[in-house]
Design a protein around this ligand. Structure first.
Ligand SMILES: C[S@@+](CC[C@H](N)C(=O)[O-])C[C@H]1O[C@@H](n2cnc3c(N)ncnc32)[C@H](O)[C@@H]1O
Length: 235
């Protein structure tokens, strides 16, 4: 499952014939702002980057009916499948957008708009020359820190030990975030749809007996981090 050299893309107009209903939007070269996608009345908005076939998005809309969950998936086929499952559930508190998730966070999400960003089993891009295509590169912290509200979370799961190390380093070095192991366990205890589970890759890797690493990084309140860095918005 890879995007080849297309990760920097945005915008190929993509035709699709099997419109699954009203839960799929194709961003094209000018995706809508997040505010245009979230129906009135939802104060709690979360984004999943790379939801694949959508098991987590579907479970999260059931587990948290007061939350709006937007899945941003680069691959049309997967987004379409996920949107079909969501449409069949009958729930309206979630949708799928075809776009590059990192770009969307950068330029279509206003500051402090999100209670959480979920990233489960992101593509590891194992070849050295492709490493820059990973989601968790050094530049991502500033992007996440801008869009996640105070005390919101970035939630991550991966089976790839090297990539887990990169996630821990990149997020661990960011003064705006702190790892919260208590929250990791709390969300696991809450059950499916709260964080980490279920996903297709999780199921596959559990069957294979692989070790899965799960992280919850809390966005520290701006009144604390702004004091340290002298940057960011006023509290
Ligand atoms: C390894 S799969 C994991 C799918 C799902 N999260 C799971 O655990 O079953 C990674 C997914 O991320 C998507 N993806 C990769 N880079 C992306 C990006 N920049 N924006 C949005 N989706 C992306 C891929 O198309 C793929 O569906």
């Amino acid at each position: 499952m890879s995007l080849g050299g297309k990760l920097a893309f945005r915008g190929r107009a993509q035709d699709h014939e099997d419109d699954p209903g009203d839960r799929l939007l194709i961003g094209g070269d000018n995706p809508p702002e997040l505010t245009e996608l979230v129906p009135a009345g939802f104060e709690h908005v979360e984004i999943e980057i790379g939801p694949g076939k959508g098991a987590f998005v579907v479970a999260a809309t059931e587990a948290k009916p007061d939350t709006f969950l937007l899945g941003i998936e680069a691959a049309l086929g997967y987004a379409s499948l996920a949107a079909t499952r969501l449409h069949e559930s009958g729930r309206k508190n979630g949708m799928l957008l075809v776009d590059n998730g990192k770009l969307f966070l950068e330029d279509r999400v206003q500051e402090q708009a999100l209670a959480a960003v979920h990233v489960y089993f992101p593509d590891p891009w194992p070849k050295r020359r492709h490493r820059g295509r990973r989601f968790f590169t050094d530049d991502v912290c500033a992007v996440l820190a801008r869009v996640i509200r105070d005390d919101g979370y970035c939630l991550v799961a991966t089976d790839n030990a090297a990539y887990a190390g990169q996630v821990a380093r990149v997020m661990g070095n960011a003064s705006m975030f702190e790892r919260d192991e208590h929250e990791e366990q709390r969300r696991i205890d809450l059950g499916p749809g709260h964080a980490f589970s279920p996903t297709n890759f999780e199921r596959k890797y559990i069957e294979q007996g692989r070790v899965i690493r799960r992280y919850a990084f809390r966005r520290l309140p701006r009144r604390i981090t702004d004091k340290d860095t002298g940057s960011g918005s006023p509290a």
